[in-house]
Design a protein around this ligand. Structure first.
Ligand SMILES: CC(C)(COP(=O)(O)OP(=O)(O)OC[C@H]1O[C@@H](n2cnc3c(N)ncnc32)[C@H](O)[C@@H]1OP(=O)(O)O)[C@@H](O)C(=O)NCCC(=O)NCCS
Length: 176
Protein backbone atom coordinates (compact mmCIF):
# COMPACT_ATOMS: atom_id res chain seq x y z
CA UNK A 1 0.00 0.00 0.00
CA UNK A 2 1.19 3.53 -0.77
CA UNK A 3 0.40 6.43 1.53
CA UNK A 4 -0.58 9.23 -0.82
CA UNK A 5 -0.19 12.85 0.17
CA UNK A 6 -3.51 14.37 1.26
CA UNK A 7 -4.11 18.05 0.60
CA UNK A 8 -6.88 20.29 1.93
CA UNK A 9 -7.28 24.05 1.55
CA UNK A 10 -4.81 24.94 4.32
CA UNK A 11 -3.05 21.71 5.23
CA UNK A 12 -0.86 19.02 3.67
CA UNK A 13 -0.61 15.51 5.08
CA UNK A 14 2.56 13.59 4.25
CA UNK A 15 3.56 10.15 5.53
CA UNK A 16 5.17 10.48 8.96
CA UNK A 17 8.93 10.09 8.57
CA UNK A 18 12.25 10.68 10.34
CA UNK A 19 12.52 14.42 9.58
CA UNK A 20 9.32 14.82 11.66
CA UNK A 21 10.99 13.44 14.80
CA UNK A 22 11.66 16.74 16.63
CA UNK A 23 8.20 18.17 15.89
CA UNK A 24 6.60 14.88 16.91
CA UNK A 25 8.52 14.87 20.17
CA UNK A 26 7.67 18.51 20.96
CA UNK A 27 3.99 17.71 20.29
CA UNK A 28 3.60 14.41 22.12
CA UNK A 29 5.80 15.20 25.11
CA UNK A 30 2.98 17.48 26.26
CA UNK A 31 1.07 15.64 29.04
CA UNK A 32 -2.16 17.54 28.33
CA UNK A 33 -2.13 16.53 24.67
CA UNK A 34 -1.74 12.82 25.42
CA UNK A 35 -4.06 12.76 28.45
CA UNK A 36 -6.75 10.75 26.62
CA UNK A 37 -4.36 8.93 24.29
CA UNK A 38 -2.90 5.46 24.65
CA UNK A 39 0.66 6.70 25.15
CA UNK A 40 2.68 8.26 27.94
CA UNK A 41 4.10 11.73 27.21
CA UNK A 42 7.23 11.18 25.13
CA UNK A 43 10.33 11.35 27.31
CA UNK A 44 12.95 11.59 24.57
CA UNK A 45 13.54 11.58 20.83
CA UNK A 46 13.84 7.80 20.89
CA UNK A 47 10.10 7.67 21.62
CA UNK A 48 9.45 9.78 18.51
CA UNK A 49 11.68 7.46 16.48
CA UNK A 50 9.75 4.46 17.81
CA UNK A 51 6.46 6.00 16.71
CA UNK A 52 7.86 6.72 13.25
CA UNK A 53 9.08 3.11 13.10
CA UNK A 54 5.61 1.95 14.08
CA UNK A 55 4.09 4.08 11.30
CA UNK A 56 6.51 2.63 8.75
CA UNK A 57 5.63 -0.92 9.79
CA UNK A 58 1.93 -0.11 9.70
CA UNK A 59 2.28 1.02 6.10
CA UNK A 60 4.46 -1.95 5.09
CA UNK A 61 2.02 -4.43 6.61
CA UNK A 62 -1.00 -2.87 4.89
CA UNK A 63 -2.62 -2.39 8.29
CA UNK A 64 -2.86 1.38 8.05
CA UNK A 65 -1.11 4.63 7.30
CA UNK A 66 -0.11 7.70 9.27
CA UNK A 67 0.58 11.29 8.26
CA UNK A 68 2.18 14.42 9.65
CA UNK A 69 -0.08 17.45 9.20
CA UNK A 70 1.58 20.74 8.20
CA UNK A 71 0.09 24.13 7.40
CA UNK A 72 0.86 26.37 4.44
CA UNK A 73 4.01 27.63 6.20
CA UNK A 74 5.09 23.98 6.67
CA UNK A 75 4.56 24.33 10.43
CA UNK A 76 3.77 20.99 12.07
CA UNK A 77 0.22 20.99 13.47
CA UNK A 78 -0.32 17.32 14.38
CA UNK A 79 -0.69 13.79 13.08
CA UNK A 80 -3.53 11.63 11.86
CA UNK A 81 -4.02 8.27 10.26
CA UNK A 82 -5.83 5.00 9.80
CA UNK A 83 -5.05 1.76 11.62
CA UNK A 84 -6.72 -1.61 11.95
CA UNK A 85 -7.65 -1.84 8.27
CA UNK A 86 -9.78 -4.91 7.61
CA UNK A 87 -10.16 -6.09 4.01
CA UNK A 88 -11.65 -9.56 4.35
CA UNK A 89 -15.33 -10.06 5.12
CA UNK A 90 -15.69 -6.31 5.51
CA UNK A 91 -13.95 -3.08 4.67
CA UNK A 92 -13.29 -0.91 7.66
CA UNK A 93 -10.61 0.92 9.55
CA UNK A 94 -10.07 3.20 12.53
CA UNK A 95 -9.26 6.87 12.14
CA UNK A 96 -7.21 8.75 14.78
CA UNK A 97 -5.85 12.28 15.03
CA UNK A 98 -4.10 14.69 17.36
CA UNK A 99 -3.42 18.40 17.01
CA UNK A 100 -0.63 20.48 18.59
CA UNK A 101 -2.10 22.08 21.71
CA UNK A 102 -1.35 25.68 20.69
CA UNK A 103 -3.59 25.07 17.63
CA UNK A 104 -6.58 23.51 19.41
CA UNK A 105 -10.00 24.98 18.68
CA UNK A 106 -8.77 26.79 15.58
CA UNK A 107 -10.45 24.59 13.01
CA UNK A 108 -7.58 22.26 12.11
CA UNK A 109 -9.52 19.02 12.46
CA UNK A 110 -12.71 20.61 11.14
CA UNK A 111 -10.79 20.85 7.86
CA UNK A 112 -8.60 17.76 8.08
CA UNK A 113 -11.15 15.19 9.25
CA UNK A 114 -13.33 15.58 6.13
CA UNK A 115 -10.19 15.14 4.00
CA UNK A 116 -9.37 11.96 5.95
CA UNK A 117 -12.90 10.68 5.46
CA UNK A 118 -12.71 11.36 1.72
CA UNK A 119 -9.44 9.41 1.64
CA UNK A 120 -10.85 6.54 3.69
CA UNK A 121 -14.09 6.16 1.77
CA UNK A 122 -12.46 7.01 -1.57
CA UNK A 123 -8.84 5.89 -1.94
CA UNK A 124 -9.10 3.13 0.66
CA UNK A 125 -12.61 2.10 -0.38
CA UNK A 126 -13.76 1.68 3.20
CA UNK A 127 -17.39 0.95 3.94
CA UNK A 128 -17.10 1.81 7.63
CA UNK A 129 -14.75 4.17 9.47
CA UNK A 130 -14.51 3.71 13.22
CA UNK A 131 -12.98 5.82 15.96
CA UNK A 132 -12.45 4.93 19.60
CA UNK A 133 -12.54 7.69 22.17
CA UNK A 134 -11.60 7.60 25.82
CA UNK A 135 -14.67 8.60 27.88
CA UNK A 136 -14.23 12.19 28.99
CA UNK A 137 -12.54 13.28 25.76
CA UNK A 138 -15.42 15.59 24.92
CA UNK A 139 -13.49 17.49 22.24
CA UNK A 140 -12.90 14.34 20.21
CA UNK A 141 -16.46 13.06 20.75
CA UNK A 142 -17.96 16.39 19.67
CA UNK A 143 -15.69 16.50 16.60
CA UNK A 144 -16.80 13.04 15.49
CA UNK A 145 -20.47 13.81 16.10
CA UNK A 146 -20.16 17.04 14.11
CA UNK A 147 -18.98 14.97 11.16
CA UNK A 148 -21.70 12.35 11.25
CA UNK A 149 -20.22 9.65 13.46
CA UNK A 150 -22.59 7.82 15.76
CA UNK A 151 -21.63 6.53 19.17
CA UNK A 152 -22.53 2.84 18.95
CA UNK A 153 -21.25 1.42 22.21
CA UNK A 154 -19.12 1.72 25.27
CA UNK A 155 -16.49 -1.01 25.06
CA UNK A 156 -15.80 -1.93 28.66
CA UNK A 157 -12.17 -2.38 29.68
CA UNK A 158 -11.38 -2.42 25.97
CA UNK A 159 -7.74 -1.38 26.19
CA UNK A 160 -4.85 -1.46 28.62
CA UNK A 161 -2.32 1.36 28.85
CA UNK A 162 -0.74 3.57 31.51
CA UNK A 163 -1.09 0.70 33.97
CA UNK A 164 -4.87 0.17 33.83
CA UNK A 165 -7.81 -0.87 31.68
CA UNK A 166 -9.83 1.82 29.91
CA UNK A 167 -13.36 1.82 28.55
CA UNK A 168 -13.66 3.20 25.03
CA UNK A 169 -16.55 4.84 23.24
CA UNK A 170 -16.92 3.21 19.83
CA UNK A 171 -17.90 5.68 17.11
CA UNK A 172 -18.51 4.85 13.46
CA UNK A 173 -19.60 6.44 10.23
CA UNK A 174 -20.66 4.54 7.11
CA UNK A 175 -19.74 5.40 3.53
CA UNK A 176 -22.09 7.94 1.94
C1 LIG B 1 -9.75 16.46 19.56
C2 LIG B 1 -8.87 17.42 18.75
C3 LIG B 1 -8.15 16.61 17.68
C4 LIG B 1 -9.76 18.48 18.09
O1 LIG B 1 -9.02 19.15 17.09
P1 LIG B 1 -9.19 20.74 16.81
O2 LIG B 1 -8.39 21.03 15.59
O3 LIG B 1 -8.89 21.49 18.05
O4 LIG B 1 -10.76 20.84 16.49
P2 LIG B 1 -11.48 22.04 15.69
O5 LIG B 1 -11.03 23.35 16.22
O6 LIG B 1 -11.31 21.82 14.23
O7 LIG B 1 -13.00 21.81 16.08
C5 LIG B 1 -13.85 20.97 15.30
C6 LIG B 1 -15.01 20.50 16.16
O8 LIG B 1 -14.49 19.62 17.18
C7 LIG B 1 -15.23 19.84 18.39
N1 LIG B 1 -14.33 20.34 19.43
C8 LIG B 1 -13.01 20.60 19.29
N2 LIG B 1 -12.49 20.98 20.47
C9 LIG B 1 -13.50 20.98 21.37
C10 LIG B 1 -13.59 21.26 22.75
N3 LIG B 1 -12.51 21.63 23.47
N4 LIG B 1 -14.78 21.11 23.36
C11 LIG B 1 -15.87 20.74 22.66
N5 LIG B 1 -15.86 20.46 21.34
C12 LIG B 1 -14.69 20.57 20.70
C13 LIG B 1 -16.34 20.82 18.05
O9 LIG B 1 -17.44 20.07 17.56
C14 LIG B 1 -15.71 21.61 16.92
O10 LIG B 1 -16.65 22.20 16.07
P3 LIG B 1 -17.18 23.71 16.45
O11 LIG B 1 -15.95 24.57 16.49
O12 LIG B 1 -18.11 24.02 15.33
O13 LIG B 1 -17.83 23.62 17.80
C15 LIG B 1 -7.84 18.14 19.68
O14 LIG B 1 -8.52 18.66 20.79
C16 LIG B 1 -6.70 17.24 20.15
O15 LIG B 1 -5.71 17.03 19.45
N6 LIG B 1 -6.81 16.67 21.40
C17 LIG B 1 -5.72 15.87 21.98
C18 LIG B 1 -5.49 14.58 21.25
C19 LIG B 1 -6.73 13.72 21.23
O16 LIG B 1 -7.43 13.59 22.22
N7 LIG B 1 -6.98 13.11 20.07
C20 LIG B 1 -8.15 12.28 19.87
C21 LIG B 1 -7.94 10.90 20.36
S1 LIG B 1 -9.45 9.95 20.09
Amino acid sequence: MNAARVISANFTLTPLCLPDRQDLFDHLSDPETVAFMDIEPMADLAAADAMIGWANKLLASGGGLWWAIRDQDAAFVGTAGFAGLVRERGSRGEVSYNVVRSRWRRGVMAEVLPALLDYGFGMLGLRRIEATVTPGNLASAALLERFGFQREATLRDHAFWKGRYWDQWLYARLAP
